[in-house]
Design a protein around this ligand. Structure first.
Ligand code: NI
Length: 256
């Protein structure tokens, strides 16, 4: 039985241009139950939908990533909303705040909160990106209380507790397997498995022993193994529970 649910991937990325149609059927024969491809702009959201139309176990999220914004992005919201009504679009994502990049913070907050409003209106979950913006992120999430996932979690144990308290899920990827990972290991130890989902963020952030290489959803096995080790439980339980969590948050159920 396939137990890997990759809640956050970018199979539209050019890193997959040469072999996408070989790789995707391959992963579904090698432990992967479902993947959600995240949109970063209109083009990638559309590409994700095309993949979802082609492959039964691929689902899409539509959204504007903070890194991809400019003054005209506000005009793109209407198209994102239209794309979000496609039957295989399961979330608004990848949306959020990224203070590492130079995109003006006020613009980021404006487009992020507009997409949180959109998700609420459409009764959909969100997939959220938060890089070096923990304070503003937490404040906005407390105000808007969306359903969904905080992906590639990089905050403190206290922040994880707040996110769980808001009814959201914590997305854990390859970073937890890195030798220098300390904070995220403590977050995993202290967060109930019932509030964790797994992800790749592929092609990026491949877990050890593939660190630095192109990532894909089958490598989630290594992330799950590390979580099992940290929590002192069986890897099957990690995979089963996180799959169930992802099915609940995205409201997906595919026949095995
Ligand atoms: Ni991403």
């Amino acid at each position: 039985m396939n137990l890997i649910f990759d809640t956050h991937s970018h199979y539209d990325d050019k890193a997959f241009h040469d072999d996408r149609d070989i790789l995707l059927p391959h992963i579904f024969e090698n432990g992967v139950y479902a993947v959600v491809n995240q949109g970063t702009d209109i083009a990638s959201s559309r590409f994700g939908i095309e993949l979802a139309e082609k492959y039964e176990r691929v689902f899409a999220a539509a959204g504007l990533h903070p890194e991809c914004l400019n003054e005209k992005s506000i005009n793109d919201l209407e198209e994102i909303k239209r794309l979000a009504t496609h039957p295989k679009v399961v979330a608004i994502g990848e949306i959020g705040l990224d203070y590492y990049y130079d995109v003006p913070r006020e613009l980021q907050k404006q487009i992020f909160t507009a997409q949180l409003d959109m998700a609420r209106e459409l009764d959909m979950p969100v997939n959220i990106h938060d890089r070096e913006a923990h304070g503003d992120m937490l404040q906005i999430l407390k105000e808007y209380t969306p359903k969904g996932i905080l992906h590639c979690f990089s905050g403190s144990i206290e922040m994880a507790r707040d996110i769980v308290g808001l009814g959201m899920y914590i997305g854990i990827g390859g970073v937890v397997t890195f030798k220098n990972a300390v904070k995220i290991v403590e977050v995993v130890r202290n967060t109930p498995l019932e509030r964790i989902v797994l992800e790749t963020d592929c092609p990026y952030l491949a877990p050890v022993p593939f660190r630095g290489k192109r990532n894909n959803s089958t490598y989630i096995e290594y992330t799950a193994q590390r979580i099992a080790e940290i929590k002192g439980i069986a890897v099957e339980r990690v995979l089963e529970t996180t799959k169930y969590n992802a099915e609940c948050v995205y409201n997906i159920n595919v026949k095995q």
